[in-house]
Write a protein that binds this ligand. Structure first.
Ligand code: BJW
Length: 236
């Protein structure tokens, strides 16, 4: 691994699955990641929020409450160890809105789809930490307006910190995608961006994903087993 210095890791819902957080899209389980019969694509949009704000706020209130009872698993712990011990550049880009990477100790982390534990005031544009509910329309701590929404990126909205992500991809020698279905862009396209920019590409996932054919290598298995093994390999 001596030729690898700069790493970009992309994580998705699969990395938190063994912590008991549901993924969005399960292949062939018949349930298909549905929440009360709604597909995520029907709840996680600005249009859904405008049409039925109570439905959307309830969806996020339930998930915000649930993540606070969950714990990091060996995959989060292994990535935090990589963060501590890897002396090249590292950026962990997570699509996840939970805080399990941070609670495991990762610091070089970026949440491209926002964070459950943040609220965003659409009146004054301030973001603040939020652990409670939003369905009761609490006042914004900064401006007092009842205009808080979850600080997450919905379909049709621009993911956060794209400039920083592309800067890291340009410098990357290795791009590693963990526990993501490759169904949602722009994250699903990072493997092609990274390869075009000269990085080696590795996928770690439970099963083959929609994007597997783009990777130089795919290793299959639960993240709690295959991520620690990969990190051991990188740090040996
Ligand atoms: C395990 C495991 C275990 C299980 N171990 N693995 C047509 C073509 C291309 C693009 C578009 C298109 N039409 C529309 C678009 C754009 C759209 C899009 O991608 N739509 C698709 C449906 C096609 N994208 C957007 O709108 C994005 N914005 C955008 O594009 O802006 C314009 C732009 C232009 C140019 C540059 C940049 C931007 C915004 C997308 C926002 C996504 N938001 C959500 C909700 C966030 C808040 C919330 O949590 O509620 O983000 S949707 C949801 O999907 C969430 C996730 O982060 C995201 C990805 O899901 P993920 O993580 O991959 O989870 P799953 O469930 O799909 O997969 C889990 C995987 O883990 C599976 O493979 C399992 O096998 C595996 N697994 N257990 C290891 N134990």
């Amino acid at each position: 691994m001596s030729h690898i210095r700069n790493i970009v890791v992309l994580t998705g819902a699969g990395v938190s699955a063994e912590s008991g957080i549901d993924t969005f899209r399960e292949a062939n389980d018949g349930r298909g990641g549905l929440w009360e019969q709604h597909r995520v694509e029907d709840v996680a949009t600005p249009e859904a929020f405008a049409r039925d704000p109570d439905l959307v706020l309830r969806f996020y209130d339930m998930r915000r409450e649930a993540i606070q009872t969950k714990q990091p698993n060996p995959a989060h712990e292994a990535l935090a160890r990589l963060d501590r011990e890897w002396d090249g550049d590292l950026l962990i880009v997570t699509q996840n809105v939970d805080d399990l990477h941070e609670r495991a100790g990762a610091r070089r982390i970026l949440h491209m789809h926002g964070e459950h534990l943040n609220a965003w005031c659409t009146a004054c544009d301030v973001r603040c930490r939020w652990t409670g509910t939003l369905i009761d329309r609490p006042a914004c701590p900064a401006c007092g307006e009842a205009a808080l929404r979850p600080d997450v990126v919905w379909f049709g909205e621009m993911p956060y910190e794209m400039d920083r992500i592309f800067a890291a991809l340009r410098e990357a020698d290795l791009f590693v995608s963990i526990g993501t279905s490759g169904a949602v862009y722009p994250a699903a396209g990072f493997v092609q961006n990274a390869a075009a920019l000269g990085a080696r590409t590795l996928e770690l996932n439970l099963e083959r994903s929609q994007g597997s054919h783009w990777f130089d290598e795919t290793r299959l298995g639960p993240a709690g087993r295959i991520v620690p093994a990969w990190v051991d390999e990188m740090l040996q």
